[in-house]
Write a protein that binds this ligand. Sequence first.
Ligand SMILES: Nc1ncnc2c1ncn2[C@@H]1O[C@H](COP(=O)(O)OP(=O)(O)O)[C@@H](O)[C@H]1O
Ligand SMILES: [Mg+2]
Length: 232
Amino acid sequence: MSAPVAAAPALVSVRGVHRTYGSGRTAVHALQDVSFDVAPGELVALVGRSGSGKTTLLNVVGGLDRPDEGSVVVDGTDVTRLDDAGLVRLRRDVLAFVFQTFGLVPVLSAAENVGVPLRMRHLPVADRERRVALLLDLVGLADHADQRPDELSGGQQQRVAIARALAGSPRLLVADEPTGQLDTETGLAVMALLRAVVEAEGMTAIVSTHDPVMIALADRAVHLVDGRLHDA
Ligand SMILES: Nc1ncnc2c1ncn2[C@@H]1O[C@H](COP(=O)(O)OP(=O)(O)O)[C@@H](O)[C@H]1O
Ligand SMILES: [Mg+2]
């Protein structure tokens, strides 16, 4: 297991983040003064009940949403200050998302789905096919390359989504309840796969979950309660 080096600069540094939806009496304070660091190579579980602010926090970290206050530095860049072009580059070159609902393109095969980020990078076809085959092998789906998402089980679809997220060799993987739609056994297998690929690819990951069983596979857990961080 890759123990984080204490002296290493954080890959992710969240400082004083606030995010409020709406205003006045109906305002929802989804995040309140959230600060934490993630060291390179760490797999951090973001834990909290439904509505505690996990998705909001991951969206802010990944540049899908902006905080009202505070900063989020990912790999040396304050993502809260990026313009649209900078955000596109961030999502192409630095981080990748895995969602609860997999988010695969239904008309594309598993291999084609994994290849999407490589197409966006205009990788030569031969290189793309080689990397896709390697990634499908890594997630144990070499024999399912030509199948479409609706021909795969939920666990297999999420493995395709993980392979796709890894395709562009992101430094940071952001996964929002990736096991939320899977039964416990399949969810654990997917979480163990995440653990393994993060180590194999030398990546860093933040994975939200409300399942205590999944937390054991993380290096560390960060707990959200009503938009605030709590010590476990
Ligand atoms: N687009 C939105 N508009 C208004 N309220 C929202 C919106 N998204 C989330 N919320 C609220 O913010 C809080 C945190 O939500 P969320 O980040 O989705 O939590 P989690 O992912 O832990 O379930 C909840 O109270 C939720 O209802
Ligand atoms: Mg959520």
